[in-house]
Design a protein around this ligand. Structure first.
Ligand SMILES: Cc1ncc(COP(=O)(O)O)c(C=O)c1O
Length: 417
């Protein structure tokens, strides 16, 4: 039985979406598997795998040579770059591919560091994944920079905007901020943060890894200098993406091999890329666009994201109220009426989050636990190891799966009384 949620407009119904994902046919200990681990990595639709397979079997070559499979490789990579540009509302030459967001961020930080002077300030936030903290802390250590953390409001898991304003007033060179917290689901108004940071003279780097699967990124509207995300969080393969403002991508003193191209984006793409992954990344974006009608890919993506947001909001409302109605459960992060993703973390008093997830798995409910590398967030909340249970819904999630999860969590909590 699939969700009986309103599915207006021309966006594919949830069951049609589910039919694209062979992983959803998995049965574990006699139960259909429900995947709640999307914030750690989503399942992959058949078309993405088909495109990657076809590339490797029919077109595999290195780039920039004068024979057909090399030219086809160039064309496919260029096509995926155009798809990512549409996905972020950017231009193709502003899109850099890499191994993952973390590696791209370390790489970028090293290049930016060559612009900074000893004593310059960097601003990171308590709400971020460490992939958007440690590259900057490392850089600060190497180059003698100072770093400060913008606080979060513990009760709501939201950014403390007064603290952001106060710390921007000290004149940092860079603000590194997340679009959304992968631990709590909080969405930050990154357009506002960018405006404030630019007014204070700081560059802005946005980690959109948890944001991009849930809100359609618009780098023009945000106005940021850099933004990174990862295709494996939005139904694609394991590939990282970096957007940068053209002048910066062209002028940054990036670590690169001398014979490698000197124009952007190639100058930031060190070594041979994951061609099949890049092809799959374009296919994931085309998959999302294919769920809706519209005259352009960007407009189809917009229709898809609007509708998926509407569906996810209903799921997160039910999840939030259902969890909070269970004894011994504490949920974290902003309530459902706030701007948030459909990612909710909680713990059951007296039961380790690892044990909760092991029990859930026996019912075919796959959920992740721990600090999700957002260890500063989890530490500030005072949560001891083994951390929180995290439930994330994705485009294939249904209200029936949420009900199954709530029943299983209630049974686990009741057993420990
Ligand atoms: C919010 C957020 N930022 C950054 C990362 C790191 O991304 P990657 O695995 O592509 O390095 C993750 C991964 O879980 C994440 O959730």
């Amino acid at each position: 039985m699939i969700a009986n949620l309103p599915e207006p407009g021309s966006v594919a119904p949830t069951q049609t979406i589910r039919d694209h994902f062979p992983a959803l046919e998995r049965v574990h200990e006699g139960r259909e598997v429900a995947y709640f681990d999307g914030p750690g990595g989503t399942q992959v639709p058949r078309t993405v795998v088909q495109e990657m397979t076809e590339y490797l079997l029919q077109h595999n070559a290195n780039t920039h040579w004068c024979f057909p499979s090399s030219e086809e490789t160039d064309q496919r990579i260029a096509g995926s770059r155009r798809a990512v540009a549409d996905f972020l509302n950017a231009e193709s030459h502003q899109i850099v591919f890499g191994q993952n967001m973390t590696t791209l961020t370390f790489h970028l930080a090293r290049a930016l560091g060559r612009k900074f002077q000893t004593g310059d300030g960097l601003l990171v936030t308590d709400l971020d994944h460490h992939a958007n903290i440690d590259p900057w802390l490392d850089l600060a250590r190497e180059r003698g920079l100072t770093t400060q953390f913008v606080a979060m409001i513990l009760e709501t898991g939201q950014l403390d905007w007064d603290d952001l304003r106060a710390k921007l007033a000290l004149g940092p060179k860079l603000l590194a901020i997340g679009g959304a917290s992968n631990a709590l689901g909080t969405i930050n108004d990154v357009a506002l943060a960018t405006r404030l940071a630019h007014d204070a003279g700081a560059l802005v780097f946005i980690d959109a890894v948890h944001y991009a699967p849930h809100r359609l990124v618009d780098v023009r509207a945000i106005g940021c200098d850099f933004l990174a995300c990862s295709a494996y969080k939005f139904y694609g393969p394991h590939v990282g993406i970096l957007y940068g403002r053209s002048e910066l991508l062209e002028s940054l003193d990036v670590p690169k091999l001398r014979p490698a191209p000197s124009a952007a984006p190639d100058r930031l793409e060190t070594g041979t890329q994951n061609h099949e992954g890049i092809v799959g990344t374009g296919a994931a974006i085309d998959f999302l666009a294919s769920l809706a009608d519209g005259p352009t890919r960007r407009l189809r993506l917009k229709a898809t994201f609007d509708e998926l947001h509407h569906r996810a909001s209903a799921l997160v409302r039910r999840l939030w109220t259902g969890l909070n109605a269970i004894d011994r459960i504490t949920t974290f992060g902003p309530p459902p009426e706030s701007d948030r993703t459909p990612t909710v973390s909680f713990f059951i008093d007296g039961v380790g989050s690892d044990d909760v997830c092991r029990s859930l798995a026996r019912s075919g409910l796959f959920a992740s636990h721990g600090d999700f590398y957002a260890s500063t967030t989890i530490h500030r909340l005072g949560i001891p190891r083994p951390g929180l249970v995290r439930i994330g819904s994705a485009c294939y999630s249904t209200i029936e799966e949420i009900e199954r999860l709530l029943a299983a969590v209630e049974a686990i909590a009741a057993r420990r009384k």
